[in-house]
Design a protein around this ligand. Sequence first.
Ligand code: AMP
Length: 387
Amino acid sequence: MRANKLELTLPLNKSDILASFKSLGVTPEVIQGLEALGIVKPTEIQVQSIPKLIKSPIDFIGMAQTGTGKTAAYSIPIIQNIDPNEPKIQALILCPTRELGQQIAKQIFKFTKFTEKIFVEAVYGGEKIEAQISALRRKTHILVATPGRLLDLQRRKAVDLRQIKTVVLDEADEMLSVGFKKDLDLILEQTSRGSNTWLFSATMPKEITQIINSYMDPAAVKVEINRDQRVNADIAHQYAICEQAQKIEALVFFLKSHKDERGIVFCKTKRVTKQLHEQLTAKNYQVGCIHGDLKQIERDKVMRAFKGDKLKVLIATDISARGIDVDNLAYVFHYQLPDQVEYYTHRSGRTARAGKKGVSILLVTPKEIKDMRLISQQLHIEFKQLQ
Ligand code: AMP
C-alpha cells in the first residue's frame, strides 16, 4: 500500500461551506430522513436546484450525470410540494429502466421516513401489469414509471394523470436511446400544459433539444453540473485486496504512514472491534475504541482524548460511531465492510468536510470484492486499487 499524502485545499466557493439542507429550504422532517442515510452536505446540483424548485413552479433543465445527487435534487422539492391529504398522483417521474425506477422509489421512500405519509409507487415493463394495476388503486402521490408501461396503464384506465403538478424526465438521453421518444411525446402532449417539466440528462443530443423546444418553457432555468461535482468528489475512495490474516499487517502499515493524521477504523462487529483494539495495543499502538459494551464514562473518556487530538486513531462499530460528532477526519479505514450500503455513506462522509480532501480506504478479502462492487454500483462510487 502506498502512503497517501493529504493536501489541504481552499474551498471552491463560499456555498461549499455555507450551504446546508436547512439553508436551501429543506424541512426538518426531510433533513432527518437524509441524515439517517448519511446525507448531510448538499451536492452542487442540490444547491443549484432545490431552492428554485421548492419555491416557484418553473420548468428546469439539469445537465447532470448519475452520481451527482440529482435524484435528491428533484425528489426533495417534489416531496415538499405534495399535499398528503390529496389522494391523487401529483408528481410523475419518468426514467428509462426498471432498476433506476426501483432505486428512485426506494430513495423517496427513505427521504419521507419522518414526514407525513407520502406514498410512492414504481411501475415498469417486464412485470405483470395486473399487480401494478391493483397497487395503483391504493393512495399514490408520486408515480415513478418507465414511459411504455405508463401508457399501457393509461390505456387500461389504471392511472389518472390529471392532477399532476410536476413531471420529471430522469436520464432523458437514456430514455431516447432505448427507444422511448414516441412514448415521451404521447405523455408530454398530455402533461406539459398543466404541469411543470424538469428534465435531467447527462448529454444534450438533438432529440433532447427537440423535447425542450416542443414541451418546455423557453424561460426554463438551466443548470450544468460537471463530473467532478459528483457526491463526495473530495473523497478518494481506495481499496486494497488481502487475505483475512493479513488485514492487521496492512492496517499497521497504513497507520505508520498516517501517524500524524486523525482517522476512524471501522469494523462491522463489536467482537472484531475489541479484538483489533487488543491486537494494536499489544503492538504498542495508541488507539482508542468505542462499541456498544462500553460504559458511558469510558466512552466519554475515549471521545475526549480523540477530540482533543491526544488520540489519533479510533476503532469503532457503525452503530457506536453514529452518535459522535467528529467528522473532520483525514481518513476513514474500513477494516470490515459495512452491513448496509448506506453505512458506507455514513462512514466515508466523516472525512472531506468543509472543502478538505479525505481518503476512504477499504481492506477487502477476495471474497469481499463482490460486496465492494455492490457499494460501487449503488452509490456510483469508483474505487481505485492501491498498489
Ligand atoms: P444520484 O446521482 O441521485 O444517483 O445519487 C447518487 C448517490 O448519492 C445515491 O446513493 C444518494 O443516496 C447519494 N447522495 C445523494 N445526495 C447526497 C449528498 N448530498 N451527500 C452524500 N450522498 C448523497
